[in-house]
Design a protein around this ligand. Sequence first.
Ligand code: ZN
Ligand code: ZN
Length: 279
Amino acid sequence: MQLPNGLTALVDYHVHTARCGHAVGAMEAYVEKAIEAGLKELGFSDHLYLYWLPEGDRDPELGMAEWELDFYVEDVERCRARYATDVTIRLSTEADFIPGHEQTLERVLARYDWDYVLGSVHFVDGWGLDQSRYLDGYERWDVNALYARYFDLMGQAAETRFFDTMGHIDLVKKFGHRPTLDQAENHRTLAERFARAGVCVEVNTAGLRKPVAETYPHPDLLRACHQAGVPVTFGSDAHAPEQVALDFATAARLMRAAGYADYLAYRGRNRSPHPLPPD
Ligand SMILES: [Zn+2]
Ligand SMILES: [Zn+2]
């Protein structure tokens, strides 16, 4: 089976595994779904362990345990060898940016030969803003101030230069909290920070499955990224095998509508552009 509209030979660079504690299915099932969808590359980018917290405080439902990381990398390499003739497997991790813990993160990331590192912000001042069990946190924020803070954290994350590509860059909208102020200036500022830092952003289709019911980022923010010269790639944020490459036709259409003609693929932290398929 192939993706609609001849959308084959794309990449899915945001894929989780059961090791993170909130995804299901064997890694092989994710890979087989990628092959079935006609992807040319699948990048495993599971959540890193919660490196900034003392070991006893790490929630096993939010990321793998520290000791598992070696095994995760081995699993990815095993899949890469097993499926080498059918699809290219890339090694990545979705790493949280937490201000003040840059040195620890740098040390962890240096241990492995990633193809790319996906940088995300899921925590604002220790609050896990994408967790439905912590929804009450939104009541403690003015929504406009929260958006400004979130975008600033994304900009800071990019400026560490630890990351090649940035994950769900407006995750703050996940539960449908919308700013009341115009975001054009915030979008432009963030896109310019990304451009200066040399990062790529993903068009992440998981938002379509969430209360906000739209991709990350919003089309206006994606357009600002294009105007600033920030490249794009694809991510499903799959937490189950059937979510691999889900809604990539929509993602490709949004990329083209924002002005993009190419998306990026990564190998050994080097990037190469590939043409988006035509409409
Ligand atoms: Zn994420
Ligand atoms: Zn993710």
